[in-house]
Design a protein around this ligand. Structure first.
Ligand SMILES: Nc1ncnc2c1ncn2[C@@H]1O[C@H](COP(=O)(O)OP(=O)(O)OP(=O)(O)O)[C@@H](O)[C@H]1O
Length: 580
């Protein structure tokens, strides 16, 4: 991978995408920081009249002039420091927010293969950790250029104006810094990259633990999980310490070189002052100017480390922004099914998860406006059929036709608008019950009421403090499994989609609620093409057609009675479930 510093185009992109629009604000910050930075130069310059005029007999008259000038310098610094810090942080927060929302928007365009290799923790770290690292750099850069570099120039100008030879002597050790600086930069960048990757693992661990909190407690895994977490922290700590070590070596070396310079100046200046060639004021002014270069020099040295840290993060951010979906789809559909419930046809579809073949030439038809059930043993590939239908996965070969339109020629948005889905995982969000049903779309209040009735959400509404306006908690944790499923069913019923997909849609309900909700779903499926996955065969007995899947193939097709009469796989499964 090319590093960002070796690839300035990354920084150019960053500038064009995020910083450029704030040019005027940044320019103002730079100007304010120039005032702040050059104040130190002014202060050291004023020491010469202080020592050579004010502190000499008869110099009292100049005291007020010099005193006010020094006070003025500090007052200017006070003003610029407040305004420039506030301004730079406000811009920096805007940039960070823009990057984070761009990253999220882009991540949401990526598909299953991406999410299989990038767990939530890693992605959270990318959106938060990497943008924070980048946020640090450019505000440091503006401060570095505006205040420190300009400050340094002002201080050097004072030093040169006093004595060029002294200045050159002070800088005697500077060339020694060049090679170690280059090596250090590479080291820090490598460590920062490692650090960010490990930070992703840390977030993943925490994400898994907190999402599986009950499993952790019930299996008494507290110590085990804490030890695993501690091990991740140990590697992070090592990388962090090495990165900080590398970053502090630079200001450390600057200190050494400065010490060397001071020593050289003392050797030269000592004789010249005692022999009366130069005044003490000259020396004090020079000495102060050189001493004040310490801080900006160190900060600039540290900035090279910050720069490397940001380079590593910027590299990761743009690698993510440049990644494309594994299954490219047109933005605008080449073809879409006609209005009304469509026929769904799988034509010799194959699919594999990596090396593991899941579907081996699957062919079946779900007739328009009818209910088709998919049954078969666990792992037969039933949910995979739903994922392929909704474009979460893409067939390796063969075709899926919805209302005669091939899915690969449709945009994902058009394809997904055809389906209302209820799955085993109800996927509720930390919003109110009503918001979980509407999903950000305008819903007619009458339609909402009908869906709440049909899905039997009304049965438990009185128990909720604020009815449909009650927040359901993270992932719907404030509701029971059965209640969550009823909300998910209401959500599917209010959608005006021509196809209904039900994957174990009533599995979390008790027998009584199940039969009532199944009735509601049967009503909901009127005028729609419906596909149902169910393990309990009793729930699919009335389907217009039953497709029996076995190891990624269709083993049998027919109605319940036909399949029972055939005495094949379905009849065997059915007998097993109803052997009593
Ligand atoms: N993300 C994945 N990575 C690798 N293999 C997977 C993945 N998801 C599913 N599989 C495999 O694909 C096969 C089919 O899974 P699928 O979920 O479609 O089965 P199913 O018939 O719906 O099973 P169930 O009735 O248990 O829900 C299984 O063997 C499973 O191990």
């Amino acid at each position: 991978m090319s590093a960002a510093s070796a690839n300035p185009s990354l920084f150019r992109r960053f500038w064009a995408n995020y910083i450029h629009r704030h040019s005027w604000g940044i320019l103002l910050c730079l100007l304010l920081m120039i005032v702040e930075g050059s104040a130190l130069g002014g202060l050291s310059y004023l020491l010469k009249p202080l020592f050579d005029v004010v502190f000499t007999p008869g110099g009292e008259t100049a005291l007020y002039g010099v005193g006010f000038a020094i006070f003025g310098l500090f007052a200017a610094r006070a003003f610029t420091v407040v305004v420039s810090r506030t301004l730079i942080w406000s811009i920096s927060q805007k940039v960070s927010a823009a990057m984070q929302s761009d990253l999220l928007r882009h991540i949401l365009t990526l598909d299953a293969p991406f999410f299989q290799t990038n767990p939530p923790g890693v992605l959270i770290e990318r959106v938060q950790g990497d943008t924070a690292a980048v946020q640090g750099i450019w505000s440091a850069l503006v401060t570095g250029i505006g205040r420190d570099l300009l400050g340094l120039v002002a201080l050097m100008a004072v030093a040169v104006s006093i004595d060029l030879r002294w200045t050159l002597a002070a800088l005697i050790g500077a060339p020694l810094l060049i090679l170690p600086a280059a090596l250090l930069q590479r080291y820090v960048r490598r460590k920062s990259r490692e650090l960010r990757e490990q930070a992703g693992q840390r977030a993943t661990r925490l994400d898994e633990i907190f999402h599986g909190i009950n499993a952790v407690k019930l299996n008494r895994m507290e110590d085990y999980q804490t030890t695993r977490f501690r091990n991740v922290l140990k590697t992070i700590r090592r990388a962090e310490v090495r990165s900080v070590f590398g970053r502090s070596l630079m200001p450390g070396m600057i200190d050494l070189v400065t010490g060397l310079g001071f020593f050289a100046v003392l050797l030269m200046a000592g004789d010249e002052i005692s022999s009366g060639q130069r005044t003490t004021g000259d020396f004090m002014s020079f000495f102060t100017a050189m001493s004040l270069t310490f801080q900006p020099l160190r900060r600039l040295g540290e900035m090279s480390g910050t720069w490397q840290v940001a380079s590593a993060s910027l590299e990761r951010i743009y690698a993510l922004l440049d990644s494309r979906p594994a299954y490219p789809r047109p933005q605008i559909s080449g073809t879409v099914p006609a209005a009304g419930p469509p026929e769904i046809r799988f034509d010799n579809v194959t699919f594999a998860h990596g090396d593991q073949a899941v579907l081996h030439g699957l062919s079946f038809v779900a007739e328009a406006g009818k209910t088709t059930a998919l049954v078969g043993a666990s792992g037969a590939g039933k949910s995979t059929v739903f994922h392929l239908l909704t474009g979460l996965l893409e067939p390796a070969s063969g075709a899926i036709l919805i209302g005669g339109a091939t899915t690969t020629q449709m945009s994902l948005a058009d394809q997904r608008a055809l389906f209302a889905t209820v799955t085993q995982d109800s996927a509720l969000f930390d919003e109110t019950l009503a918001e979980n049903i509407a999903l950000g779309r305008a819903v007619d209040p009458d339609a909402l009421e009908r869906a709440l009735q049909a899905a039997h959400v009304v049965d438990f509404l009185p128990a909720l403090s604020r009815g449909v306006q009650t927040p359901v908690g993270p992932r719907g944790s404030a509701l029971s499994g059965g209640q969550r499923q009823r909300v998910a069913i209401a959500r599917a019923l209010v959608q005006d989609a021509p196809v209904l997909l039900l994957d174990e849609a009533t599995s979390a309900l008790d027998a009584q609620s199940e039969s009532v909700v199944a009735g509601a779903l049967a009503l909901g499926s009127l005028g729609r093409t419906t596909l149902v996955i169910a393990h309990r065969l009793a729930t699919v007995r009335d389907a217009d057609k039953i497709v029996v899947m076995d190891h990624g193939r269709v083993a049998e097709t027919g109605t319940h009675d036909q399949l029972l009469a055939q005495g094949g796989l379905y009849a065997g499964l059915y007998r097993l479930q109803f052997k009593d």
